[in-house]
Design a protein around this ligand. Structure first.
Ligand code: F6R
Length: 610
């Protein structure tokens, strides 16, 4: 959500701030702004609604040149996405950018109004600017004033501040929203994600919860949540520089869909022996812990939640372990009963999703056996705070709609299922060896599914003028249908619902007519015949069917029925394979509709607010 960049240097920092914003734009893109302490000795800002390119254009016309500054790209929470709500927010001669939500902003706003402060925006952030300004008058030092200010804030924040009265520093505070300091030579930087600063440095210092930082050209000072001066380790960025470029593809989403064979391969690397999963892929203490697991509780959001729903079928069917799956925003506020010896599993691409992180933190108080994160970002809060981790190796995902993160999560969850079953001795004879072999073949199968690209593109035409769609699946294909419907609504803005196919006649069938296409995934398994009956129910009501069916399922094209044959695959792995055509379908429908595929309206990558 939102992106922050800050810099203090000897050179003009505006191009650095702008480049950082462009790199963060996939996280929020309602509006963007910079505040620069210019060489004329004044704190000046430029803000624009819309994308960073609008801001860049404005700055080309009226350049801001200076050696100290902060910048922000916004995903609106309080106040519409317009110029006056865009960050940075000013109070007197200081400027603030903020990620997160201040929950007590209304009370503070009233108090500050009473003190004579005039508000020019509808944001919660402006409250921070005025409160800090007020404290600064008494306390004199910007860092000291920031420490006093955050004591009065309830909620989540990553903050960066500059002031014309102390133009030698950027000050920052982290609580519930990540911040990283980029270390340079005679210059230092700040960002909400190190990605924003890869152009200027590869050395980073990660702020921890409750930290306050004073960042100057030649020094960085940090205080922890108790106000104690602390050192945070400086680390060299290890994950390799991943260029944010689309290569031969029109959109990041399409590139990321096509990367799936390679990233699945990478996620498997070093984690399989000849015919077994290497349990220590989850950490050296995993085998001992897994032997004690009697239940699994999975918690995640959005696409990652759908991965968890697939895993429940695997964990119960293959490893015989009872499993519960819940969306994090519900789990975190519910009084849960924890069964003895329950492993708490979180799934997240970013590892910074506020609800998932909060659920993990709550879980630590609830008596779970241990926590395990399946995550794509090695330096994320979720990874740092979990007992065990399995890193998916999807690489950076830029498209806001998650694709390769999902399939690599599924691979990670199948490895978890097999590891738990192996250690606990609950797998049926031969299952692990068969699935290990199938996993090795999976990248090739995914490549075959991707080769259907142009067939799916053709089918997409059926949807371009529709307003509603149903997705149906049975068994582990039900969450695949849910994921397919989420993808379609996210990027094409077509209303889509997913149902277990057997539920159709209990209500949703009433919606079916020739304006409501029905998409179904039909692998060749024991539920196929039942699914075929459900499809008849749709056809009898004039519904158009699009069926992704196993080549051996014996399904053929007919009037109103469009069958797309899928390569045959082991049933356990079919949710991973059948996800691919649904991703492609959403993509091509969105392209036909002309939407912003990589940055769909109202959404943001990495939801770091509640
Ligand atoms: C959908 C999507 C979101 C995320 C959700 C959780 O395409 O991307 O639904 O899956 O916001 O994000 P992570 O996995 O980063 O916790």
């Amino acid at each position: 959500m939102c992106g922050i960049v800050g810099a203090v240097a000897e050179r003009n920092i505006t191009p650095i701030l702008l480049e950082g914003l462009k790199r963060l734009e996939y996280r929020g893109y309602d509006s963007a702004g910079v505040a620069v302490f210019t060489n004329a000795g004044k704190l000046e800002r430029m803000r624009r609604p819309g994308k960073v390119s609008e801001l860049e254009q404005a700055l080309a016309g009226e350049p801001l040149v200076g050696r100290l500054g902060i910048a922000h790209t916004r995903w609106a929470t309080h106040g519409a996405p317009c110029e006056r709500n865009a960050h940075p927010h000013f109070s007197g001669d200081l400027a603030v950018v903020h990620n997160g939500i201040i929950e007590n902003h209304e009370v503070l706003r009233e108090q500050l109004k009473g003190l004579g402060y005039v508000f020019t925006s509808d944001t919660d952030t402006e409250v921070i600017a005025h409160l800090l300004n007020h404290k600064l008058k008494d306390l004199g030092d910007l860092t000291v004033a920031l420490k006093a200010t955050v004591k009065e804030l309830h909620g989540a924040y990553g903050l960066a501040v500059v002031s014309a009265s102390q133009p030698d520093r950027v000050v920052a505070a982290r609580s519930g929203s990540p911040l990283v300091i980029g270390l340079g030579l005679g210059e230092n930087f700040l960002a909400s994600d190190q990605l924003a600063l890869r152009q200027v440095t590869d050395r980073f210092m990660y702020l921890e919860e409750g930290d306050i930082a004073d960042i100057r050209r030649e020094s960085v000072a940090i205080w922890d949540v108790n106000g104690q001066s602390v050192e945070r380790e400086a680390v060299q960025y290890r994950d390799g520089a991943e260029a944010a470029d689309k290569g031969e593809y029109r959109h990041f989403m399409l590139k990321e869909i096509h990367e799936q064979p390679a990233v699945v391969q990478r996620t498997l690397e070093g984690r399989l022996s000849q015919n077994q999963v290497l349990v220590n892929a989850f950490g050296p203490q995993a085998a001992e812990l897994f032997a004690r697991v009697r239940n699994v509780q999975i918690v995640a959001c959005g696409t990652s939640y759908h991965a968890g729903m697939v895993a429940r079928y695997w964990l119960e069917e293959l490893a015989g372990i009872p499993c519960q799956v819940e969306v994090a925003s519900e789990f975190r506020y519910r009084k849960v009963v924890v069964q003895p010896d329950t492993l708490f599993v979180t799934i997240s691409q970013s590892g910074e999703t506020a609800d998932t992180l909060a659920a993990l933190r709550n879980a630590k108080e609830l008596g779970f056996l241990a926590s395990l994160a399946i995550c794509n970002v090695s330096i994320s809060s979720l990874v740092r705070e979990s007992d065990l981790t399995l890193l998916t190796q999807a690489g950076r995902e830029i498209g806001v709609a998650s694709t390769k993160a999902f399939t690599t999560q599924l691979v990670g969850l199948l490895l978890l299922t097999l590891s738990l079953g192996q250690v606990r001795g609950t797998l049926a004879e031969g299952v692990e060896a068969t699935l290990v072999e199938e996993l090795r073949r999976l990248p090739t199968r995914l490549g075959e599914a991707l080769a259907m690209d142009s067939t799916v593109e053709k089918v997409a035409e059926l949807f371009a003028d529709k307003n509603h769609t149903l997705f149906l699946g049975r068994g582990a294909q039900y969450p695949v249908a849910m994921e397919g419907s989420l993808k379609l609504k996210e990027i094409s803005y077509i209303h889509a619902e997913a149902y277990p196919a057997g539920e159709l006649k209990h209500g949703p069938l009433a919606l079916v007519d020739d304006d409501m296409p029905v998409v179904t995934v039909a692998p060749n398994n024991e539920l196929l015949e039942k699914l075929k009956s459900n499809l008849q129910e749709v056809r009898a009501r004039g519904g158009q069917l699009v069926v992704f069916a196993d080549e051996k399922a014996g399904m053929t094209n007919g009037e109103g029925t469009h069958v797309i044959n899928m390569p045959h695959i082991n049933d356990t792995l079919s949710p991973i394979l059948y996800t691919i055509p649904l991703q492609l379908l959403s993509y091509y429908v969105a392209v036909l509709k002309g939407t912003d595929v990589d940055q769909p309206r109202n959404l943001a990558k990495s939801v770091t607010v509640e």
